[in-house]
Design a binder for this molecule. Structure first.
Ligand code: BG6
Length: 490
């Protein structure tokens, strides 16, 4: 069959951002503190330090809660999207975006998570945002939980470890469906739900010190189970409330290869990939995989379930699967094998791949392999909802940013996407991370830049916050305008 150069008709090209990394306005219009608002800045020296996450001990949390400034907490500043969203949306529309993935900050709608009534100022902000997107013809994709749960729920309940948090989340989600269902067809429940094991506080408000010694991992699995149940419950609600709704899960695709063909490397790798798929297994297939249940049992981990939980999971599976893809890594039985950071992981270095300024290994073909692997396993429509390259952009003497490295990264990944589609994968959309520079999730740096649009702000929050197009802006605009065909004319 003759393949066209274009992506499928109606392909959703766009970008993805998260409230806590862009909005700022952390303490106005009734917003409560979220776990992201106490995430500390990691100095430039930590570029190669993969584990750059918030200190989550109780003392650090208390100190942060009492600090009225944003000095050490860049996510309190974001990129001031709260006030500049019209300008930003106009630039996205100029690039031709068909879609924009955003998240709704739970603590802007329910400041502590426990209120009975939603904060009207928060609701108003998102109404205005969605109206503007509609006016510009940009289809929203909305994540309900993207590393920004109300801090009060974390402190009082140890986050998702307590089953009661399910009820608060269901209330929040239902307010979102009732208020914004008129604008939003695509909903994602939890961003990178698997990340709970890599950063339990950021993902689920779990504070290690609150666990009984030795039961930390058990608590993390319990919190995860509660998120699975909550995800299924709100999937059911969305299906009942919003016509033609599509609810999706969201996975960090951490593609792992054996460093060698030694059977030991192959087995370790297979197990890593099985673990990575587990989260989507539950949300797409509606049940815990037998191998994972056995693994938990062997580890002495017992997840407390209510009698109806398995039924809830089975009956309310998601409609589509989404994932983030930035890098791949290798695995080896050799404990001395060289390692390099990736997206909140420290993987074995693959000698065949280049890496970004932050050591993440660039692997476009790994995206194609991931697409085929996931589609073969799940057979549901898929979207790539995060993919991009964090880099140290510099302004050249002509006053412009010539980010050819970013264009090269995207071009190579898009070509692999097209090959996967031509081989039969049902890929319906792609949102780059991130179309505009924003505060890094991992390091809270502004200097780790992802955007097609530059934001004049530094790590300390100095700068005008003015926006400026990079070279990649025009390039992506042309890709969208030609629905991908321009990739093959360059
Ligand atoms: C994803 C997150 O894991 O990676 C985003 O969903 C994050 O929120 C992105 O920004 C890139 O990671 P980082 O640490 O470079 O911002």
């Amino acid at each position: 069959m003759q393949q066209t150069k274009q992506f499928p008709k109606g392909f959703l090209w766009g970008g993805a951002i998260a409230a806590n990394q862009v909005e700022g306005a952390w303490n106005i219009d009734g917003k409560g503190l979220s776990v992201a608002d106490i995430d500390t800045y990691k100095p430039k020296a930590s570029n190669k330090d993969y584990n750059a996450h918030v200190a989550t001990n109780l003392e650090g949390i208390k100190k942060a809660m009492e600090d009225p400034t944003d000095t050490w907490y860049p996510k309190r500043r974001g990129i001031d999207f709260y006030h500049r969203y019209k300008e930003d949306l106009a630039m996205f529309a100029e690039m031709g975006f068909k879609t924009l993935r955003i998240s709704i900050a739970w603590s802007r709608v329910f400041p502590t998570g426990e209120e009975l009534e939603a904060n009207s100022e928060g609701i108003k902000f998102y109404h205005n945002l969605f109206k503007e997107m509609k006016r510009l013809g940009i289809e929203p994709i909305v994540t309900l939980s993207h590393y920004e749960m109300p801090l009060a729920l974390s402190v009082k309940y140890n986050g998702w470890v307590d089953r009661q948090v399910i009820d608060y989340f269901v209330r929040f989600a239902n307010v979102c469906f009732d208020e914004f269902g008129q604008y939003v067809k695509y909903w994602l429940t939890f961003n990178e739900i698997d990340s709970i094991h890599r950063h339990p506080f950021k993902t689920a408000g779990v504070i290690e010190e609150k666990s009984v010694a030795g039961e930390e991992i058990q608590d993390v699995y319990q919190a995860l189970h509660h998120q699975f149940v909550a995800s299924a419950l709100v999937t059911k609600d969305a299906h009942e409330k919003i016509p033609e709704v599509m609810v999706g899960c969201m996975l960090t695709k951490l593609m792992t290869y054996p460093l060698t063909c030694a059977p030991q490397d192959v087995e370790l790798t297979m197990k890593k990939n099985l673990e990575n798929n587990f989260y989507a297994d539950v949300q797409v297939k509606g049940e815990y995989p037998r191998l994972i249940e056995c693994h938990l049992k062997n580890k002495g981990i017992h997840i407390a379930m209510e009698p109806d939980d398995r039924h809830i999971l089975k009956e309310n599976t998601v409609d589509f699967l989404t994932f983030s893809y930035y890098m791949s890594m290798a695995e080896s039985g050799d404990s001395e094998a060289e390692r390099t950071p990736g997206n909140t992981v420290l993987g074995v270095k693959n000698p065949y791949l280049p890496e970004t300024d932050w050591g993440w290994q660039i692997d476009p073909q790994g995206l194609k392999i991931s697409l085929i692997d996931l589609y073969d396993r799940y057979q549901v429509p898929m979207m790539i909802v995060e993919n991009g390259m964090g880099a140290m952009d510099t302004i050249s003497s002509d006053g412009k940013i010539h980010d050819d490295y970013r264009i090269d990264y995207f071009r190579a990944h898009f070509k692999q996407m097209k090959e996967a589609i031509d081989e039969g994968v049902d890929l319906i959309g792609y949102t780059s991370w991130a179309p505009i520079d924003l505060v890094s999730a991992g390091t809270s740096q502004m200097s780790k830049r992802y955007g097609f649009i530059y934001v004049d702000a530094d790590d300390e929050g100095n700068g005008s916050y003015d926006r400026m197009k990079k070279d990649s802006f025009d390039w992506y605009q042309n890709i969208i305008r030609t629905n991908g065909a321009a990739l093959f004319d360059e």
